[in-house]
Ligand binder design. Structure first.
Ligand code: ACO
Length: 322
């Protein structure tokens, strides 16, 4: 059987950093409120002329370098994002071309904050069938461009960034199990009201802003993330205590703490970047992975569970030996 394994990681964060103290000057909020309710202290924000594909290209270069790959080695590109540069062509084609990757399947995929987990799951399947050998997988988001900077309920939560991995065919896992899911009945709890075929005329107006029922999202996120993690471990016949690291979606430190508690995992085994990045949607898990790989916490051979939850709702997990 062909397995898949991550052989390199990379990240890019925009230069501009917006702290909670900066936000105090923009809306009626305090550093203390934001830190205690969400765990966020600062976030990176794209420049006006910076796009999601710009960030993808930089993150991908670092991942390819870490994996010792050139653009010619890559035979598929999959990018999870809710904020592509254009409606078409899809973002993966832009990134494939800009990196000088020879013509290959290029898939842009939208699953809100679960985008990277969906992309990695898709890449794993292509590698398992033998249809791809070396896939560039990215989670990226320029979500601050969707924000209403006068809405304190949402503008304090989010940040921009991109995280990338190279996923290669391998004789040994690598990826042990992927579980993704979705239930569209929760549309009203979290959505952005403008699309290509609906309400496009609202783009750029006050009516275009993230709609979120924070408390309800919080509750479903905690129970779903707990279930998704338990299911991944159960399917693999692995005990919680065997896990070296949990890398959860970085939406809110309280959601992460509640999930870890349900799993019986101490917070020392959880990678946390929400304080520095905010909620970067599809980018949050690969950003956290790269941070922990590069600072030496996540080591080759360790057992890692990544999981995410986002608008839709969508959810998913990937259990792997790094
Ligand atoms: N500063 C100060 N006060 C604020 C702010 C702010 N930035 N934002 C809201 N408030 C006020 C509210 O208006 C409310 O005031 P009121 O009682 O007078 O009406 C008060 O603070 C309390 O608001 P709550 O909604 O009770 O605050 P809560 O403890 O639920 O925290 C939060 C809100 C942080 C949004 C939380 O519900 C949450 O994180 N939910 C999960 C949603 C999420 O993570 N969404 C991100 C996208 S989805 C995803 O990635 C999973």
């Amino acid at each position: 059987m062909i397995h898949s394994k991550i052989s390199g990681t990379g990240r890019y964060l925009p230069e501009r950093v917006l702290t909670n103290f900066d936000l105090e000057k923009m809306v009626e909020t305090t550093d203390e409120w934001i830190r205690t309710r969400t765990g966020v202290e600062r976030r990176h924000v794209c420049a006006d002329d910076e796009t999601t594909s710009d960030m993808c290209v930089e993150a991908a270069k670092h991942a390819m370098e870490a994996a010792g790959k050139t653009p010619a080695d890559v035979d598929m590109v999959i990018i999870g994002t809710t904020t592509p540069d254009l409606i078409f062509p899809n973002i993966a084609t832009l990134v494939q071309h800009r990196l000088g990757i020879p013509a290959c399947p290029a898939i842009g995929l939208e699953a809100a904050c679960t985008g990277f987990i969906y992309a990695l799951t898709t890449a794993d399947k292509y590698i398992q069938t033998g249809d791809a050998k070396c896939v560039l997988v990215i989670g990226a988001e320029c979500i601050t461009k969707l924000l209403d900077w006068s809405d304190r309920n949402t503008c304090v939560l989010f940040g921009d960034g991109a995280g990338a991995v190279i996923l290669e065919a391998s004789e040994e896992p690598g990826i042990i199990g992927c579980h993704i899911g979705a239930d569209g009945q929760y549309l009203d709890l979290l959505y952005y009201p403008v699309g290509a075929s609906k309400e496009l005329q609202k783009a750029g107006t006050d009516e275009a802003a993230i709609m979120m029922a924070g408390k309800e999202v919080f509750k479903v996120a905690v129970s779903t993330l707990g279930d998704v993690a338990s299911r991944a471990l159960e399917a693999a016949g692995i005990e919680q205590s065997e896990l070296d690291w949990l890398i959860p979606h970085q939406a809110n430190v309280r959601i992460i703490q509640a999930t870890a508690k349900r799993l019986g995992l101490p917070m020392e085994k959880v990678i946390l970047t929400v304080q520095d990045h905010g909620n970067t949607s599809a980018a949050s898990v690969p950003l956290a992975l790269d941070v922990a790989v590069r600072d030496g916490r996540v080591k080759p051979g360790q057992l890692v569970l990544m999981e995410a939850f986002g608008g839709g709702f969508t959810w998913g997990s990937v259990l792997m030996r790094f």
